[in-house]
Design a protein around this ligand. Structure first.
Ligand code: WT7
Length: 628
């Protein structure tokens, strides 16, 4: 395909139509039309498939920019993820399959998972955790993590999961902001055969965090690390005498389910708040309609629970849909580049959901790795986190999908809770384009006043009406919530730039703010800058994303040194190390450039877009406000 064809959206891939025959709600156009004609009826029909202790009085109460979904309804999301299946023929169906970094395997049936969750829920209650209390997670990708997440939801505690790749300062900030009462962690996480000490990072993070009463530690290695009896308790000691019956807490549809922090345009991360009812409906719906999850599927999402993808599409959505969920601690290149494809063959994975950055890494090492394995069980491929560029699309389609399988390139955000734009399996796919809005979602590409733009013209990506799994707020920060709704009149602003084609397919072209999407992770320039200026040598810092063929973007920092300090490789390494230790390895700049000055507005704001333009040779745009 030529670049122009891709740009215009004229390159179309039509996959096997087999998934079309059994489509859950029907064909896209018809379902979409219905959904916008009567949105409340549309969402109500989906919600009615799930179990509620009490049905809603009203589907939607919309008081711009606040929405309440299914108000008056009572539920517990774990009843839908567990009890509903345990009380059906799925009782002994495998719910979770886990493969560890060292190759070990563990399986939980729905019955077993249900009991483990209830046991841990009782353990949490015994620690004094009550409905509404915040519980912070800093855990490796092991089954105990998922059990504990569901246990929180069982008793109505609000989980706030911090990805274990973040540093102690990031963890500290999140514990403070959420006022977490309990921290759940492990001695180590294991990556590529190496142990990464998590517990000592937690030790650092809870200093000067008085809200934390107890730390629960899952000890996975020998000899067992020592715990301080006053404050710390072993994961299995906590539950060894607990009963495996724990009635679910009756939750209001609008009660908080979790807070998940995401980067913003200031140094402080935003605690995105999701609630029980609408989030359950949105994640269940998209697992059924977009992933087409059926009873016989073995569904594998490679994301960690520390990200929204893990929340929605490892834990809540697929379990609500009664799937067999594969998950794994393995990195794609250890012990060798075949390990992921071996998982597909070994467990007969049918649906695989991963990130473009992983696909591009596999491309780099060649087709012979996946070609060594039998991938015939696969029937749907998915991508998330950043644009799936046409070259990566083509490779995924041809080498993994053997030119037969649908690829769903799902666009969504921590804030949206569920897929918002994608191609439905079986529909024509256009490389480079995520696809069309999911039924129930009104997405548009607009100018700054909210006017719809013609196909081919790039503008802001917005959502024009509320949806059940939308964020309900930013924890402790009303004004940051309102910002999402104040930018373009009447709309939710995504912060992404996009362009539509004549068929309504949407291509994401980048961010409009200072968020860097690197390997599908969302990193705030301001956060990295504040970490850099903590060093005594640094006067000022500006951080941008520089396009990278593997990671999408890499982080580059421009640093002005204070009088008396000299640029050196040693200092560069020291600064990188500092960011690594405070914010974590994912936020570490790949390059630091020492400069004498930075482009600024007259009011002193650093113009990162000018730096980006210099870096990429692009047009820097309007320079009338620049000082120097
Ligand atoms: C940002 C949200 C959604 C789960 C993972 C990231 C980018 C996400 C796509 C896609 C192009 C994408 C956007 C978005 N993004 N999916 N399919 N195509 N861009 O969640 O950390 O909240 O980041 O990721 O820029 O705004 P997140």
């Amino acid at each position: 395909m030529t670049e122009d064809e891709v740009k215009m959206g004229t390159t179309v891939y039509v996959p096997h139509s087999s998934c079309r025959d059994f489509r859950w709600m029907g064909d896209y156009e018809a379902v979409y039309r219905e959904s916008v004609k009567d949105p409340e009826k549309f969402w109500e029909n989906i919600a009615s498939e799930l179990e509620w202790d009490k049905k809603w009085d009203k589907v939607l109460e919309w008081d711009y920019p606040d929405s309440r979904w299914f108000s008056g309804a009572k539920l517990n999301i774990t009843k839908n993820c567990l009890d509903r299946h345990v009380n059906s023929s799925k009782k002994n169906k495998v719910a979770l399959i886990w493969k560890g970094d060292d190759g070990c395997e563990r399986l939980y049936t729905y019955r077993q998972l249900h009991r483990e969750v209830m046991r841990f829920a009782n353990g949490l209650k015994n620690l004094g955790v009550r409905k509404g209390d915040r519980v912070c997670f800093y855990m490796p990708f092991v089954p105990e993590h998922i059990v504990a997440i569901l246990a929180c939801a069982r008793i109505g505690a609000v989980h706030t999961i911090v990805y274990a790749g973040f540093g102690s300062e990031s963890l500290h900030q999140r514990i403070l902001d959420s006022q977490a009462k309990i921290v759940i962690t492990a001695d180590v996480s294991i990556r590529r055969g190496k142990r990464i000490d998590l517990k000592s990072l937690v030790d650092d993070a809870i200093v000067n965090a008085p809200s934390v009463e107890r730390v629960v530690v899952f000890r996975r290695t020998q000899p067992e690390i020592e715990l301080y009896a006053e404050m710390e308790i072993d994961y299995y000691d906590l539950i060894k005498d607990e009963s495996n019956i724990c009635e679910p807490e009756e939750m209001d549809a609008e009660d908080p389910l979790f807070i998940l922090y995401t980067s913003g345009t200031t140094g402080k991360p935003k605690g995105i708040l999701h609630t029980c009812g609408g989030y359950m409906v949105g994640t269940y719906y998209t697992c059924r309609y977009i992933f087409d999850i059926k009873d016989s599927d073995v569904y594998w999402c490679t994301a960690d629970p520390g990200w929204i993808t893990g929340h929605s599409y490892v834990v809540y959505g697929p379990l609500a849909a009664g799937a067999t969920v594969m998950f794994s601690e393995t990195t794609p290149d250890y012990p060798d580049l075949g390990v992921w494809w071996e998982i597909v063959e070994d467990f007969g994975v049918t649906i695989m959901y991963t990130a473009p950055t992983a696909i591009r890494m596999f491309m780099k090492y060649g087709e012979e790795w996946p070609n060594r394995y039998n991938l015939e069980s696969l029937r749907i491929l998915g991508s998330v986190g950043e644009p799936l560029n046409p070259e990566a699309f083509e490779w995924f389609y041809r080498v993994i999908g053997k030119g037969k399988l649908p690829i769903v390139d799902t666009w969504w955000q921590t804030e949206t809770g569920m897929h918002m734009i994608t191609t439905i399996p079986g529909d024509p796919m256009k490389p480079g384009f995520a696809g069309r809005p999911v039924p129930g979602i009104i997405a548009d590409v607009v100018d700054k006043d909210g006017k719809s733009l013609e196909p081919g013209i790039s503008g802001k990506l917005v959502i024009r009406s509320p949806w059940p799994s939308m964020m309900r707020g930013v924890w402790n920060d009303r004004s940051r919530y309102e910002k999402y709704w104040n930018d373009v009149p009447g709309c939710y602003t995504t912060g992404d730039m996009a362009v539509k084609d004549k068929d309504g397919y949407i291509m994401i072209t980048g961010r409009s703010d200072d968020i860097i999407i690197m390997s599908g992770h969302n990193i705030g320039s301001a956060e990295v800058e504040s970490a850099l200026v903590e060093n005594e040598a640094v006067a000022e810092a500006a951080v941008i994303g520089v396009p990278d063929s593997l990671k999408g973007n890499v982080i580059k920092a421009y640093v002005i040194l204070k009088e008396g300090f000299e640029a050196s490789e040693k200092l560069e390494n020291e600064l990188k190390y500092h960011v690594r230790m405070t914010l974590g390895p994912i936020s570490m700049p790949s390059e630091i450039k020492f400069v004498q000055s930075l482009p600024k507005t007259r009011s002193g704001k650093i113009m990162r877009r000018v730096l980006r333009a210099v870096e990429t040779g692009a047009d820097p745009g309007d320079l009338s406000t620049i000082e120097d």
